[in-house]
Design a protein around this ligand. Structure first.
Ligand code: GLC
Length: 636
Protein backbone atom coordinates (compact mmCIF):
# COMPACT_ATOMS: atom_id res chain seq x y z
CA UNK A 1 0.00 0.00 0.00
CA UNK A 2 1.35 3.38 -0.96
CA UNK A 3 1.87 5.64 2.02
CA UNK A 4 1.24 9.33 1.47
CA UNK A 5 3.93 11.76 2.53
CA UNK A 6 1.75 13.39 5.13
CA UNK A 7 0.98 10.04 6.71
CA UNK A 8 4.66 9.16 6.72
CA UNK A 9 5.48 12.44 8.31
CA UNK A 10 2.80 11.97 10.91
CA UNK A 11 4.09 8.61 11.97
CA UNK A 12 7.68 9.63 11.84
CA UNK A 13 7.14 12.72 13.92
CA UNK A 14 4.92 11.18 16.55
CA UNK A 15 6.51 11.39 19.93
CA UNK A 16 8.17 8.63 21.83
CA UNK A 17 7.47 8.92 25.47
CA UNK A 18 9.81 8.23 28.29
CA UNK A 19 8.02 6.38 30.97
CA UNK A 20 9.24 5.85 34.42
CA UNK A 21 7.19 3.66 36.71
CA UNK A 22 7.99 3.91 40.31
CA UNK A 23 7.46 0.45 41.70
CA UNK A 24 9.47 -2.57 40.70
CA UNK A 25 8.26 -4.20 37.55
CA UNK A 26 9.24 -7.25 35.54
CA UNK A 27 8.73 -5.10 32.48
CA UNK A 28 11.89 -4.75 30.43
CA UNK A 29 11.58 -1.80 28.17
CA UNK A 30 13.03 -1.14 24.74
CA UNK A 31 14.66 1.89 26.25
CA UNK A 32 16.38 -0.16 28.85
CA UNK A 33 17.83 -2.15 26.04
CA UNK A 34 18.73 1.09 24.38
CA UNK A 35 20.46 2.24 27.53
CA UNK A 36 22.33 -1.03 27.71
CA UNK A 37 23.34 -0.60 24.12
CA UNK A 38 24.74 2.78 25.03
CA UNK A 39 26.65 1.30 27.86
CA UNK A 40 28.01 -1.40 25.61
CA UNK A 41 28.91 1.03 22.94
CA UNK A 42 31.08 2.97 25.37
CA UNK A 43 33.54 0.15 25.05
CA UNK A 44 32.76 -0.94 21.55
CA UNK A 45 32.24 2.33 19.80
CA UNK A 46 34.61 3.52 17.18
CA UNK A 47 34.23 7.26 17.10
CA UNK A 48 34.33 7.39 13.36
CA UNK A 49 31.27 5.20 12.90
CA UNK A 50 27.83 6.70 12.82
CA UNK A 51 25.37 5.03 15.10
CA UNK A 52 22.38 7.04 13.95
CA UNK A 53 19.11 5.20 14.18
CA UNK A 54 17.31 6.95 11.35
CA UNK A 55 16.81 3.82 9.37
CA UNK A 56 13.71 4.00 7.21
CA UNK A 57 13.32 0.23 7.30
CA UNK A 58 13.11 0.42 11.06
CA UNK A 59 10.21 2.81 11.02
CA UNK A 60 7.00 0.92 10.76
CA UNK A 61 4.86 3.53 9.08
CA UNK A 62 1.68 1.54 9.46
CA UNK A 63 1.98 1.11 13.23
CA UNK A 64 -0.37 3.21 15.28
CA UNK A 65 1.19 5.81 17.53
CA UNK A 66 0.59 4.09 20.86
CA UNK A 67 2.32 0.88 19.92
CA UNK A 68 5.56 2.68 19.18
CA UNK A 69 5.79 4.24 22.61
CA UNK A 70 8.97 3.40 24.38
CA UNK A 71 9.24 2.75 28.06
CA UNK A 72 11.83 2.92 30.69
CA UNK A 73 12.03 1.23 33.96
CA UNK A 74 9.75 0.77 36.85
CA UNK A 75 6.05 1.30 37.48
CA UNK A 76 4.83 4.52 38.91
CA UNK A 77 2.25 4.85 41.60
CA UNK A 78 -0.44 7.33 40.89
CA UNK A 79 0.34 10.29 43.02
CA UNK A 80 3.67 10.59 44.70
CA UNK A 81 4.17 11.66 48.21
CA UNK A 82 6.39 14.60 47.77
CA UNK A 83 7.03 14.69 51.47
CA UNK A 84 8.69 11.29 51.27
CA UNK A 85 10.66 11.87 48.16
CA UNK A 86 13.99 12.85 49.56
CA UNK A 87 16.34 10.25 50.90
CA UNK A 88 18.52 12.81 52.52
CA UNK A 89 15.68 14.60 54.16
CA UNK A 90 17.58 15.03 57.38
CA UNK A 91 19.93 17.34 55.56
CA UNK A 92 17.33 19.11 53.51
CA UNK A 93 14.85 20.54 55.92
CA UNK A 94 14.69 23.81 54.07
CA UNK A 95 13.66 22.35 50.76
CA UNK A 96 11.51 19.78 52.54
CA UNK A 97 9.45 22.51 54.14
CA UNK A 98 9.01 24.21 50.84
CA UNK A 99 8.19 20.91 49.19
CA UNK A 100 5.61 20.15 51.83
CA UNK A 101 4.00 23.47 51.08
CA UNK A 102 3.97 22.70 47.39
CA UNK A 103 2.65 19.19 47.96
CA UNK A 104 -0.25 20.66 49.88
CA UNK A 105 -0.97 22.90 46.94
CA UNK A 106 -0.78 19.93 44.60
CA UNK A 107 -2.81 17.72 46.93
CA UNK A 108 -0.25 14.93 46.95
CA UNK A 109 -0.62 11.85 49.10
CA UNK A 110 1.53 8.88 49.99
CA UNK A 111 4.05 7.55 47.55
CA UNK A 112 7.67 6.66 47.32
CA UNK A 113 10.72 7.86 45.60
CA UNK A 114 12.45 4.90 44.10
CA UNK A 115 14.39 6.25 41.21
CA UNK A 116 16.23 3.54 39.41
CA UNK A 117 18.64 3.89 36.60
CA UNK A 118 19.49 0.88 34.57
CA UNK A 119 22.76 2.23 33.29
CA UNK A 120 24.09 3.09 36.64
CA UNK A 121 22.36 -0.01 38.03
CA UNK A 122 21.34 2.20 40.83
CA UNK A 123 18.63 2.00 43.43
CA UNK A 124 18.35 4.30 46.35
CA UNK A 125 19.89 2.74 49.36
CA UNK A 126 21.55 -0.02 47.37
CA UNK A 127 24.19 1.60 45.28
CA UNK A 128 26.67 3.66 47.26
CA UNK A 129 27.25 5.91 44.25
CA UNK A 130 23.71 7.12 44.64
CA UNK A 131 24.03 8.31 48.18
CA UNK A 132 23.43 12.01 48.01
CA UNK A 133 26.19 14.24 49.24
CA UNK A 134 25.50 16.24 52.32
CA UNK A 135 24.75 19.88 51.75
CA UNK A 136 27.79 21.93 52.66
CA UNK A 137 27.18 23.17 56.16
CA UNK A 138 27.96 26.77 55.39
CA UNK A 139 25.52 26.64 52.51
CA UNK A 140 22.62 25.54 54.65
CA UNK A 141 19.74 27.83 53.89
CA UNK A 142 19.64 30.58 56.39
CA UNK A 143 18.82 34.21 56.57
CA UNK A 144 21.81 36.24 55.52
CA UNK A 145 22.49 39.89 56.05
CA UNK A 146 21.56 40.69 52.48
CA UNK A 147 18.38 38.72 52.45
CA UNK A 148 15.30 40.69 51.73
CA UNK A 149 11.63 40.25 51.13
CA UNK A 150 12.35 40.09 47.43
CA UNK A 151 14.80 37.28 47.98
CA UNK A 152 12.39 35.35 50.16
CA UNK A 153 9.71 35.70 47.55
CA UNK A 154 12.12 34.54 44.86
CA UNK A 155 12.97 31.38 46.80
CA UNK A 156 9.32 30.62 47.38
CA UNK A 157 8.56 31.07 43.68
CA UNK A 158 11.54 28.96 42.67
CA UNK A 159 10.41 26.13 44.90
CA UNK A 160 6.87 26.41 43.56
CA UNK A 161 8.19 26.08 40.03
CA UNK A 162 9.73 22.68 40.80
CA UNK A 163 8.53 19.84 38.61
CA UNK A 164 8.25 16.30 39.97
CA UNK A 165 8.53 13.00 38.22
CA UNK A 166 7.58 9.89 40.09
CA UNK A 167 7.96 11.72 43.33
CA UNK A 168 11.38 13.23 42.75
CA UNK A 169 12.16 16.80 41.70
CA UNK A 170 13.55 16.85 38.14
CA UNK A 171 13.51 20.47 37.06
CA UNK A 172 11.70 23.78 37.12
CA UNK A 173 8.89 24.92 34.86
CA UNK A 174 9.80 27.78 32.46
CA UNK A 175 7.07 30.15 33.63
CA UNK A 176 4.57 29.74 36.40
CA UNK A 177 1.89 32.38 36.00
CA UNK A 178 -1.41 30.93 37.21
CA UNK A 179 -3.34 33.60 35.33
CA UNK A 180 -1.76 32.85 31.97
CA UNK A 181 -4.18 30.85 29.84
CA UNK A 182 -1.92 30.61 26.78
CA UNK A 183 1.01 28.69 28.12
CA UNK A 184 2.42 27.40 24.80
CA UNK A 185 5.48 25.43 25.91
CA UNK A 186 6.25 27.60 28.93
CA UNK A 187 4.83 24.82 31.10
CA UNK A 188 7.83 22.66 30.24
CA UNK A 189 11.25 22.24 31.81
CA UNK A 190 13.71 23.87 29.43
CA UNK A 191 17.28 22.66 29.67
CA UNK A 192 18.80 26.12 29.28
CA UNK A 193 16.27 27.71 31.63
CA UNK A 194 17.01 25.17 34.33
CA UNK A 195 20.72 26.09 34.48
CA UNK A 196 20.29 29.12 36.78
CA UNK A 197 17.68 27.21 38.81
CA UNK A 198 20.08 24.30 39.15
CA UNK A 199 22.90 26.59 40.16
CA UNK A 200 20.74 28.38 42.72
CA UNK A 201 19.93 25.00 44.27
CA UNK A 202 23.56 23.92 44.18
CA UNK A 203 24.68 27.11 45.87
CA UNK A 204 22.12 26.46 48.60
CA UNK A 205 23.40 22.94 49.10
CA UNK A 206 20.33 21.33 47.54
CA UNK A 207 21.78 18.77 45.20
CA UNK A 208 19.05 16.23 44.57
CA UNK A 209 17.06 18.15 41.98
CA UNK A 210 20.18 18.84 39.94
CA UNK A 211 21.31 15.27 40.11
CA UNK A 212 17.89 14.01 39.02
CA UNK A 213 17.77 16.56 36.22
CA UNK A 214 21.17 15.46 34.94
CA UNK A 215 20.28 11.78 34.99
CA UNK A 216 16.79 12.09 33.53
CA UNK A 217 17.81 14.38 30.69
CA UNK A 218 20.63 11.96 30.01
CA UNK A 219 18.07 9.26 29.42
CA UNK A 220 16.19 11.53 27.04
CA UNK A 221 19.38 11.93 25.06
CA UNK A 222 19.10 8.32 23.89
CA UNK A 223 15.61 8.88 22.59
CA UNK A 224 14.77 8.14 19.06
CA UNK A 225 14.06 11.60 17.67
CA UNK A 226 12.76 12.25 14.22
CA UNK A 227 11.20 14.94 12.13
CA UNK A 228 9.74 13.97 8.78
CA UNK A 229 11.71 10.73 8.85
CA UNK A 230 15.02 12.45 9.58
CA UNK A 231 16.98 12.02 12.80
CA UNK A 232 19.60 14.38 14.16
CA UNK A 233 22.79 13.11 15.76
CA UNK A 234 22.38 10.80 18.72
CA UNK A 235 23.98 13.06 21.26
CA UNK A 236 21.40 15.81 20.85
CA UNK A 237 19.75 16.85 24.10
CA UNK A 238 16.17 18.10 24.09
CA UNK A 239 15.27 21.78 24.28
CA UNK A 240 12.68 20.96 26.89
CA UNK A 241 10.60 18.19 28.39
CA UNK A 242 7.29 17.85 30.07
CA UNK A 243 6.04 15.43 32.69
CA UNK A 244 2.67 14.15 31.56
CA UNK A 245 0.22 12.02 33.46
CA UNK A 246 -1.43 9.57 31.09
CA UNK A 247 -3.77 6.61 31.55
CA UNK A 248 -1.89 3.40 32.21
CA UNK A 249 -2.13 1.00 29.28
CA UNK A 250 -4.63 -1.72 30.08
CA UNK A 251 -5.85 -0.21 33.34
CA UNK A 252 -8.37 2.57 33.01
CA UNK A 253 -8.30 3.38 36.70
CA UNK A 254 -4.60 4.01 36.93
CA UNK A 255 -2.31 6.64 35.53
CA UNK A 256 1.37 6.83 34.93
CA UNK A 257 3.82 9.65 34.50
CA UNK A 258 5.76 9.97 31.32
CA UNK A 259 8.62 12.24 30.32
CA UNK A 260 7.89 13.84 26.99
CA UNK A 261 10.91 15.55 25.41
CA UNK A 262 10.98 18.11 22.61
CA UNK A 263 14.14 18.04 20.51
CA UNK A 264 12.88 20.78 18.25
CA UNK A 265 10.36 18.63 16.44
CA UNK A 266 7.50 20.52 18.10
CA UNK A 267 9.24 23.77 18.97
CA UNK A 268 8.25 26.89 17.07
CA UNK A 269 10.53 27.00 14.05
CA UNK A 270 11.65 23.37 14.53
CA UNK A 271 15.16 24.31 15.61
CA UNK A 272 17.51 21.77 17.16
CA UNK A 273 18.78 23.19 20.47
CA UNK A 274 22.55 23.05 20.10
CA UNK A 275 23.07 24.72 23.46
CA UNK A 276 21.22 22.09 25.54
CA UNK A 277 23.98 19.46 25.53
CA UNK A 278 26.63 22.11 26.13
CA UNK A 279 24.77 23.49 29.13
CA UNK A 280 24.22 19.94 30.39
CA UNK A 281 27.97 19.34 30.49
CA UNK A 282 28.55 22.69 32.20
CA UNK A 283 25.93 21.93 34.85
CA UNK A 284 27.32 18.44 35.41
CA UNK A 285 30.72 19.88 36.20
CA UNK A 286 29.17 22.52 38.49
CA UNK A 287 27.28 19.75 40.31
CA UNK A 288 30.52 17.90 41.00
CA UNK A 289 32.34 21.04 42.10
CA UNK A 290 29.59 22.26 44.41
CA UNK A 291 28.52 18.97 45.95
CA UNK A 292 31.88 17.24 45.97
CA UNK A 293 30.02 14.20 44.63
CA UNK A 294 32.02 13.02 41.63
CA UNK A 295 30.21 9.71 41.42
CA UNK A 296 27.64 11.12 38.97
CA UNK A 297 30.19 12.28 36.43
CA UNK A 298 32.10 9.03 36.84
CA UNK A 299 29.11 6.84 36.00
CA UNK A 300 29.53 4.93 32.80
CA UNK A 301 26.26 6.21 31.32
CA UNK A 302 27.17 9.80 32.16
CA UNK A 303 30.61 9.36 30.59
CA UNK A 304 28.90 7.99 27.48
CA UNK A 305 26.52 10.94 27.47
CA UNK A 306 29.43 13.40 27.56
CA UNK A 307 31.13 11.56 24.72
CA UNK A 308 27.99 11.50 22.61
CA UNK A 309 27.66 15.26 22.87
CA UNK A 310 31.34 15.74 22.08
CA UNK A 311 31.15 13.34 19.18
CA UNK A 312 28.32 15.37 17.69
CA UNK A 313 30.17 18.65 18.16
CA UNK A 314 33.58 17.44 17.05
CA UNK A 315 32.41 15.54 13.97
CA UNK A 316 34.24 16.51 10.81
CA UNK A 317 32.28 18.53 8.31
CA UNK A 318 32.89 20.83 5.37
CA UNK A 319 33.78 23.79 7.50
CA UNK A 320 37.18 25.52 7.40
CA UNK A 321 36.57 27.12 10.80
CA UNK A 322 36.99 25.55 14.25
CA UNK A 323 33.79 27.25 15.34
CA UNK A 324 30.58 25.23 15.47
CA UNK A 325 28.35 25.69 12.43
CA UNK A 326 24.70 25.92 13.45
CA UNK A 327 21.32 27.01 12.18
CA UNK A 328 19.56 30.19 13.20
CA UNK A 329 17.96 30.14 16.63
CA UNK A 330 19.83 27.19 18.07
CA UNK A 331 20.39 28.76 21.49
CA UNK A 332 18.75 31.18 23.93
CA UNK A 333 17.64 33.21 20.93
CA UNK A 334 15.54 30.38 19.61
CA UNK A 335 14.02 31.98 16.56
CA UNK A 336 15.29 33.66 13.44
CA UNK A 337 17.53 36.59 14.32
CA UNK A 338 20.37 36.34 11.80
CA UNK A 339 22.49 34.17 14.08
CA UNK A 340 22.99 31.20 11.78
CA UNK A 341 26.56 30.21 10.99
CA UNK A 342 28.99 30.66 13.83
CA UNK A 343 27.24 32.71 16.53
CA UNK A 344 29.34 33.76 19.48
CA UNK A 345 26.99 32.37 22.13
CA UNK A 346 27.29 28.83 20.79
CA UNK A 347 31.07 29.16 20.46
CA UNK A 348 31.45 30.34 24.05
CA UNK A 349 29.27 27.49 25.34
CA UNK A 350 31.10 25.04 23.10
CA UNK A 351 34.47 26.14 24.45
CA UNK A 352 33.18 26.01 27.99
CA UNK A 353 31.70 22.53 27.51
CA UNK A 354 34.99 21.29 26.04
CA UNK A 355 36.89 22.65 29.03
CA UNK A 356 34.45 21.08 31.48
CA UNK A 357 34.35 17.75 29.63
CA UNK A 358 38.13 17.57 29.61
CA UNK A 359 38.10 17.84 33.38
CA UNK A 360 35.53 15.09 33.75
CA UNK A 361 36.38 12.51 31.10
CA UNK A 362 37.88 9.39 32.58
CA UNK A 363 41.21 8.69 30.94
CA UNK A 364 40.94 5.36 29.18
CA UNK A 365 42.38 3.87 26.03
CA UNK A 366 39.19 4.20 24.02
CA UNK A 367 39.00 7.95 24.61
CA UNK A 368 42.50 8.96 23.55
CA UNK A 369 41.43 10.07 20.06
CA UNK A 370 38.49 11.97 21.38
CA UNK A 371 40.59 13.76 23.97
CA UNK A 372 43.19 14.62 21.36
CA UNK A 373 40.50 16.04 19.08
CA UNK A 374 39.07 17.97 22.02
CA UNK A 375 42.42 19.50 22.92
CA UNK A 376 43.17 20.51 19.36
CA UNK A 377 39.77 22.07 19.03
CA UNK A 378 40.18 24.06 22.24
CA UNK A 379 43.35 25.64 20.90
CA UNK A 380 42.02 26.32 17.43
CA UNK A 381 38.75 27.71 18.74
CA UNK A 382 40.42 29.93 21.26
CA UNK A 383 42.80 31.32 18.64
CA UNK A 384 40.01 31.88 16.12
CA UNK A 385 37.71 33.74 18.50
CA UNK A 386 40.40 35.82 20.19
CA UNK A 387 41.91 36.79 16.89
CA UNK A 388 38.98 37.22 14.51
CA UNK A 389 35.94 38.02 16.65
CA UNK A 390 37.57 40.75 18.68
CA UNK A 391 36.85 44.41 17.95
CA UNK A 392 37.97 47.55 19.68
CA UNK A 393 38.93 50.98 18.36
CA UNK A 394 42.27 49.76 17.07
CA UNK A 395 40.85 46.71 15.33
CA UNK A 396 37.94 48.65 13.89
CA UNK A 397 40.36 51.09 12.37
CA UNK A 398 42.29 48.19 10.85
CA UNK A 399 39.11 46.78 9.33
CA UNK A 400 38.24 50.25 8.06
CA UNK A 401 41.48 50.24 6.06
CA UNK A 402 41.28 46.60 4.93
CA UNK A 403 42.33 45.69 1.42
CA UNK A 404 39.99 43.16 -0.11
CA UNK A 405 40.21 40.31 -2.61
CA UNK A 406 43.52 39.04 -1.25
CA UNK A 407 44.41 35.62 -2.59
CA UNK A 408 47.21 34.20 -0.46
CA UNK A 409 47.84 32.10 2.62
CA UNK A 410 48.95 35.15 4.54
CA UNK A 411 46.05 37.47 3.74
CA UNK A 412 45.46 40.12 6.38
CA UNK A 413 41.76 40.27 5.54
CA UNK A 414 41.27 36.51 5.58
CA UNK A 415 37.50 36.55 5.38
CA UNK A 416 37.34 39.23 2.70
CA UNK A 417 35.44 41.71 4.82
CA UNK A 418 34.47 44.85 2.93
CA UNK A 419 35.10 47.89 5.12
CA UNK A 420 31.72 49.30 4.13
CA UNK A 421 30.22 46.63 6.35
CA UNK A 422 31.22 48.55 9.44
CA UNK A 423 27.82 49.84 10.51
CA UNK A 424 27.47 53.59 11.11
CA UNK A 425 26.19 53.03 14.66
CA UNK A 426 29.40 51.22 15.62
CA UNK A 427 31.65 54.00 14.39
CA UNK A 428 30.01 56.27 16.94
CA UNK A 429 29.41 53.67 19.62
CA UNK A 430 32.80 52.03 20.03
CA UNK A 431 34.41 53.54 23.14
CA UNK A 432 38.09 54.39 23.23
CA UNK A 433 38.43 52.16 26.28
CA UNK A 434 36.89 48.73 25.93
CA UNK A 435 35.97 46.29 23.22
CA UNK A 436 33.93 43.17 22.60
CA UNK A 437 33.59 39.95 20.65
CA UNK A 438 31.34 40.32 17.62
CA UNK A 439 28.21 38.23 17.23
CA UNK A 440 29.14 36.15 14.21
CA UNK A 441 31.79 35.74 11.54
CA UNK A 442 31.32 34.26 8.10
CA UNK A 443 33.02 34.78 4.74
CA UNK A 444 32.60 38.45 3.81
CA UNK A 445 30.40 39.01 6.81
CA UNK A 446 30.95 40.27 10.32
CA UNK A 447 27.90 40.63 12.51
CA UNK A 448 28.97 43.56 14.63
CA UNK A 449 26.10 43.38 17.10
CA UNK A 450 27.02 43.01 20.77
CA UNK A 451 25.53 39.80 22.25
CA UNK A 452 25.64 39.76 26.03
CA UNK A 453 25.57 36.05 26.78
CA UNK A 454 28.33 35.21 24.30
CA UNK A 455 30.57 37.94 25.64
CA UNK A 456 29.93 37.13 29.29
CA UNK A 457 30.40 33.42 28.85
CA UNK A 458 33.64 34.04 26.95
CA UNK A 459 34.88 35.69 30.13
CA UNK A 460 33.56 32.91 32.37
CA UNK A 461 35.07 30.11 30.26
CA UNK A 462 38.36 31.95 29.63
CA UNK A 463 37.72 31.87 25.91
CA UNK A 464 38.54 35.58 25.94
CA UNK A 465 41.98 36.69 27.12
CA UNK A 466 42.27 38.44 30.47
CA UNK A 467 42.76 41.72 28.68
CA UNK A 468 39.75 41.15 26.47
CA UNK A 469 37.67 40.14 29.47
CA UNK A 470 38.46 43.41 31.22
CA UNK A 471 37.78 45.32 28.03
CA UNK A 472 34.32 43.71 27.73
CA UNK A 473 33.50 44.79 31.27
CA UNK A 474 34.89 48.26 30.51
CA UNK A 475 32.52 48.45 27.58
CA UNK A 476 29.56 47.38 29.72
CA UNK A 477 30.41 50.12 32.18
CA UNK A 478 30.89 52.76 29.50
CA UNK A 479 27.75 51.76 27.64
CA UNK A 480 25.69 51.27 30.78
CA UNK A 481 22.75 53.35 29.55
CA UNK A 482 22.52 51.21 26.41
CA UNK A 483 23.17 47.78 27.87
CA UNK A 484 21.73 48.02 31.36
CA UNK A 485 19.64 51.19 31.56
CA UNK A 486 16.58 50.34 33.67
CA UNK A 487 16.92 46.57 33.64
CA UNK A 488 19.96 44.33 33.16
CA UNK A 489 20.72 43.11 30.57
CA UNK A 490 20.19 43.74 26.86
CA UNK A 491 20.25 40.41 25.06
CA UNK A 492 21.91 42.14 22.11
CA UNK A 493 22.69 45.64 20.96
CA UNK A 494 21.49 47.35 18.84
CA UNK A 495 18.09 46.15 17.60
CA UNK A 496 17.44 45.33 13.96
CA UNK A 497 15.11 47.92 12.49
CA UNK A 498 13.23 48.65 9.27
CA UNK A 499 14.26 46.69 6.22
CA UNK A 500 16.93 44.84 8.15
CA UNK A 501 14.33 43.63 10.66
CA UNK A 502 12.01 42.58 7.79
CA UNK A 503 14.68 40.59 5.99
CA UNK A 504 16.58 39.13 8.91
CA UNK A 505 13.74 38.19 11.27
CA UNK A 506 11.23 37.50 8.50
CA UNK A 507 9.07 40.37 9.84
CA UNK A 508 8.72 38.57 13.17
CA UNK A 509 6.12 40.46 15.24
CA UNK A 510 7.59 39.09 18.47
CA UNK A 511 11.05 40.33 17.58
CA UNK A 512 10.18 43.95 16.75
CA UNK A 513 12.94 46.49 17.49
CA UNK A 514 13.90 46.68 21.17
CA UNK A 515 11.68 43.79 22.13
CA UNK A 516 12.27 40.13 23.07
CA UNK A 517 15.38 38.78 21.30
CA UNK A 518 15.77 41.90 19.21
CA UNK A 519 17.29 44.23 21.77
CA UNK A 520 15.02 43.29 24.68
CA UNK A 521 16.41 43.19 28.24
CA UNK A 522 16.54 39.83 30.03
CA UNK A 523 16.92 39.78 33.81
CA UNK A 524 18.14 36.18 33.72
CA UNK A 525 21.43 37.42 32.23
CA UNK A 526 22.20 38.93 35.61
CA UNK A 527 23.72 35.67 36.82
CA UNK A 528 26.16 35.34 33.95
CA UNK A 529 27.12 38.98 34.42
CA UNK A 530 27.75 38.31 38.10
CA UNK A 531 29.98 35.28 37.52
CA UNK A 532 31.97 37.21 34.90
CA UNK A 533 32.39 40.26 37.17
CA UNK A 534 33.47 38.20 40.17
CA UNK A 535 35.94 36.26 38.02
CA UNK A 536 37.53 39.53 36.90
CA UNK A 537 37.47 40.82 40.46
CA UNK A 538 35.04 43.59 39.57
CA UNK A 539 31.93 42.58 41.55
CA UNK A 540 30.84 46.20 41.92
CA UNK A 541 29.56 46.18 38.34
CA UNK A 542 27.23 43.27 39.07
CA UNK A 543 26.22 44.82 42.40
CA UNK A 544 25.10 47.95 40.60
CA UNK A 545 23.10 45.92 38.09
CA UNK A 546 21.53 43.82 40.84
CA UNK A 547 20.43 46.92 42.69
CA UNK A 548 18.59 48.13 39.60
CA UNK A 549 16.94 44.76 39.00
CA UNK A 550 15.93 44.37 42.63
CA UNK A 551 13.89 47.55 42.52
CA UNK A 552 11.56 46.26 39.83
CA UNK A 553 11.56 42.49 39.44
CA UNK A 554 9.20 41.58 42.24
CA UNK A 555 6.87 44.53 41.67
CA UNK A 556 6.69 43.66 37.97
CA UNK A 557 6.04 39.96 38.77
CA UNK A 558 9.36 38.63 37.50
CA UNK A 559 8.93 39.18 33.76
CA UNK A 560 10.73 37.17 31.15
CA UNK A 561 12.04 40.29 29.41
CA UNK A 562 11.63 44.07 29.13
CA UNK A 563 11.10 46.21 26.04
CA UNK A 564 12.26 49.59 24.70
CA UNK A 565 15.72 51.04 24.34
CA UNK A 566 16.10 51.70 28.02
CA UNK A 567 14.05 48.69 29.22
CA UNK A 568 11.22 50.80 30.61
CA UNK A 569 8.31 48.51 29.75
CA UNK A 570 7.53 44.95 30.69
CA UNK A 571 7.91 43.03 27.41
CA UNK A 572 4.97 43.00 25.02
CA UNK A 573 4.56 39.25 25.18
CA UNK A 574 6.73 38.59 28.21
CA UNK A 575 5.58 35.82 30.53
CA UNK A 576 5.29 36.71 34.17
CA UNK A 577 6.80 34.62 36.96
CA UNK A 578 9.44 33.46 34.52
CA UNK A 579 11.58 31.02 36.45
CA UNK A 580 14.97 31.91 35.01
CA UNK A 581 14.37 35.58 35.80
CA UNK A 582 13.79 34.49 39.40
CA UNK A 583 16.71 32.06 39.48
CA UNK A 584 19.06 34.47 37.68
CA UNK A 585 18.39 37.03 40.38
CA UNK A 586 18.93 34.50 43.15
CA UNK A 587 22.22 33.24 41.73
CA UNK A 588 23.49 36.81 41.40
CA UNK A 589 22.42 37.54 44.95
CA UNK A 590 24.01 34.39 46.41
CA UNK A 591 27.26 34.89 44.55
CA UNK A 592 27.63 38.50 45.56
CA UNK A 593 27.11 37.44 49.16
CA UNK A 594 29.67 34.63 48.86
CA UNK A 595 31.90 35.45 45.88
CA UNK A 596 34.14 32.46 46.56
CA UNK A 597 31.37 30.15 45.41
CA UNK A 598 31.59 31.58 41.89
CA UNK A 599 34.83 29.66 41.39
CA UNK A 600 32.78 26.52 40.96
CA UNK A 601 31.27 28.00 37.81
CA UNK A 602 34.17 29.35 35.82
CA UNK A 603 37.18 27.87 34.06
CA UNK A 604 40.65 29.28 34.53
CA UNK A 605 42.86 30.06 31.57
CA UNK A 606 44.68 26.85 30.71
CA UNK A 607 48.47 27.15 30.65
CA UNK A 608 48.88 24.58 27.90
CA UNK A 609 46.38 26.28 25.64
CA UNK A 610 48.06 29.59 26.29
CA UNK A 611 51.39 28.07 25.44
CA UNK A 612 50.08 26.65 22.19
CA UNK A 613 48.57 30.01 21.28
CA UNK A 614 51.86 31.75 21.91
CA UNK A 615 53.55 29.34 19.56
CA UNK A 616 50.90 30.06 16.95
CA UNK A 617 51.34 33.79 17.02
CA UNK A 618 55.11 33.74 17.32
CA UNK A 619 56.36 35.36 14.09
CA UNK A 620 59.65 33.49 14.31
CA UNK A 621 57.94 30.12 14.27
CA UNK A 622 58.54 28.55 10.85
CA UNK A 623 55.55 26.24 11.27
CA UNK A 624 53.20 29.13 11.68
CA UNK A 625 52.12 29.23 8.08
CA UNK A 626 49.16 27.28 6.72
CA UNK A 627 47.95 26.24 10.16
CA UNK A 628 50.42 23.38 10.56
CA UNK A 629 51.25 24.30 14.07
CA UNK A 630 48.16 22.83 15.69
CA UNK A 631 48.66 19.29 14.60
CA UNK A 632 51.06 18.09 17.25
CA UNK A 633 50.74 20.71 19.89
CA UNK A 634 49.24 18.33 22.38
CA UNK A 635 50.65 15.15 23.70
CA UNK A 636 47.88 13.13 25.26
C1 GLC B 1 11.90 31.66 24.88
C2 GLC B 1 13.38 31.97 24.94
C3 GLC B 1 14.18 30.71 25.22
C4 GLC B 1 13.67 30.06 26.49
C5 GLC B 1 12.18 29.79 26.38
C6 GLC B 1 11.58 29.29 27.67
O1 GLC B 1 11.61 30.88 23.79
O2 GLC B 1 13.80 32.53 23.75
O3 GLC B 1 15.53 31.03 25.33
O4 GLC B 1 14.36 28.90 26.73
O5 GLC B 1 11.50 30.97 26.04
O6 GLC B 1 11.73 30.23 28.67
Amino acid sequence: MATGISEMSFHATTRLYAQHFCTASPFISPLRKNAKANQRSLHARSWGISEKTHNFQNINLSQPFQSRKKFIECHCQQASDIANLSHDEANSTWVQDAVNKVSQVLGSTNGKSAIEFENGSAKHGEDPTLVMPEPAKDLQPKKTRGSSLVEDEAWRLLVESMVYYCGGPVGTIAANDPLDSNKLNYDQVFIRDFIPSGIAFLLKGEYEIVRNFILHTLQLQSWEKTMDCHSPGQGLMPASFKVRTVPLDGDENATEEVLDPDFGEAAIGRVAPVDSGLWWIILLRAYGKCSGDLSVQERIDVQTGIKMILKLCLADGFDMFPTLLVTDGSCMIDRRMGIHGHPLEIQALFYSALMCAREMLAPEDGSADLIRALNNRLIALSFHIREYYWVDMKKLNEIYRYKTEEYSYDAVNKFNIYPDQIPPWLVEWMPTKGGFLIGNLQPAHMDFRFFSLGNLWSIVSSLATTQQSHAILDLIETKWSDLVAQMPLKICYPALEGQEWRIITGSDPKNTPWSYHNGGSWPTLLWQLTVACIKMNRPEIAERALEIAEKRLSIDKWPEYYDTKSARFIGKQARLYQTWSIAGYLVAKLLLEKPDLAKTLWSEEDAEILNALNVMVDPTNPRRKRGKVLKKTYIV
